[in-house]
Design a protein around this ligand. Structure first.
Ligand code: HEC
Ligand code: HEC
Ligand code: HEC
Ligand code: HEC
Length: 220
């Protein structure tokens, strides 16, 4: 049964595999992750979600993270991400004493891979991270988005743009984090000039709705 599923996955990933020589998602093409008429999961996902992965709390990984782990697993086509040796993900709750996650970074209230990564080829950042870390040289800017109490003052108060590819009005800034300030101070979506021209109803996109979700870690 497992072998069967594995074989099916292998076959289903062969096409993108052939294309990934250059590395990263850029070489996957859109159809490596999305299938137009034969999708296997939500958001027209082309890859079978990984149903056997567990997170550090030994809960099954669900939602969007299971999609990533369809490829990023042992024996999969991409670097395996171990749930047990990794930073937490695939959680339906966040302990506000441990992390202060901007609401925009949650998916259906859950903390997923997508909280830290935007996987689309348009993301210019190192390792598809939400934050520009100067190729990993300034990783603290990224960590401080959710762990500002751990960062030095300058880092914690630095304004960092969170990259998003999920807004077709041309805005690629999901929010700006200013570290130390309380969560509600994060402006949901700061649209550059372009977005202003659009009628109000256009702004009711999924991304905006996600931005309106309550912030996981209320200031206490
Ligand atoms: C590595 C996998 C991957 C690749 C490659 C990829 N996508 Fe996506 N796509 C995703 C994920 C994951 C989401 C959900 C993102 C989120 O919620 O922030 C998504 C969301 C989307 C959405 C929005 C769906 C919705 O319901 O709002 C569209 C449209 C889309 N992708 C189109 C594309 C196009 C066009 C390309 C090629 C240029 C592409 N994707 C390449 C993984 C991928
Ligand atoms: C269709 C298979 C597939 C899916 C689904 C997929 N990836 Fe990937 N990913 C790859 C391949 C192939 C590479 C390049 C080889 C490698 O690094 O293993 C890659 C590389 C990466 C890298 C490293 C990029 C770099 O510059 O080194 C990150 C980060 C990443 N993926 C995150 C994600 C996240 C987050 C998701 C879910 C939103 C996801 N991937 C879904 C196939 C996939
Ligand atoms: C808390 C934030 C965070 C979460 C959650 C997260 N990642 Fe990452 N990920 C990172 C960072 C930071 C790096 C870059 C590490 C480095 O190169 O220093 C990274 C690197 C990667 C890489 C590249 C590994 C390599 O060897 O180059 C892949 C692939 C990846 N992540 C996939 C995922 C997947 C899949 C998930 C969910 C199952 C996930 N990440 C969840 C922060 C995160
Ligand atoms: C997008 C938000 C986000 C970012 C960015 C982020 N984290 Fe986290 N971090 C979390 C969440 C959520 C948890 C788990 C909270 C809980 O236990 O409920 C966590 C937990 C942790 C833990 C505790 C793990 C344990 O064993 O309990 C450490 C350590 C940590 N993060 C380090 C980092 C470092 C280092 C970075 C930067 C490379 C980083 N985080 C970036 C959200 C984030």
């Amino acid at each position: 049964m497992r072998l069967l599923r594995y074989t099916a996955l292998l076959v289903s990933t062969l096409a993108p595999l052939a294309a990934f020589a250059a590395g990263g998602h850029d070489a996957l093409s859109c159809s490596g992750c999305h299938s137009i008429h034969a999708a296997k999961a939500e958001i027209l996902f082309a890859v079978e979600p990984n149903k056997s992965a567990t997170n550090r709390q030994n809960q099954p990984v669900m939602g969007m993270s299971a999609l990533c782990l369809g490829c990023h697993k042992d024996g999969g086509m991409a670097t395996s991400i171990s749930g047990h040796m990794s930073h937490p993900y695939g959680m339906d709750q966040v302990n506000p004493k441990v992390a202060k996650v901007p609401g925009e970074l949650l998916r259906n209230g859950r903390f997923e891979c997508l909280g830290c990564h935007d996987p689309h080829p348009s993301n210019p950042n190192y390792k598809y991270l939400r934050v520009d870390t100067a190729k990993g040289q300034k990783m603290e800017l990224f960590c401080a988005v959710c762990h500002p109490a751990k960062a030095d003052d300058a880092t914690a108060s630095a304004k960092v743009a969170l990259f998003t590819s999920m807004d077709e009005t041309g805005n690629r800034v999901l929010a700006t984090s200013d570290g130390g300030s309380p969560a509600p101070a994060r402006k949901a979506i700061k649209s550059p000039a372009k977005a202003k021209k659009l009628p109000a109803k256009k702004s009711k996109t999924k991304a905006v709705k996600a931005a309106a979700e309550p912030v996981a870690a209320p200031a206490q």
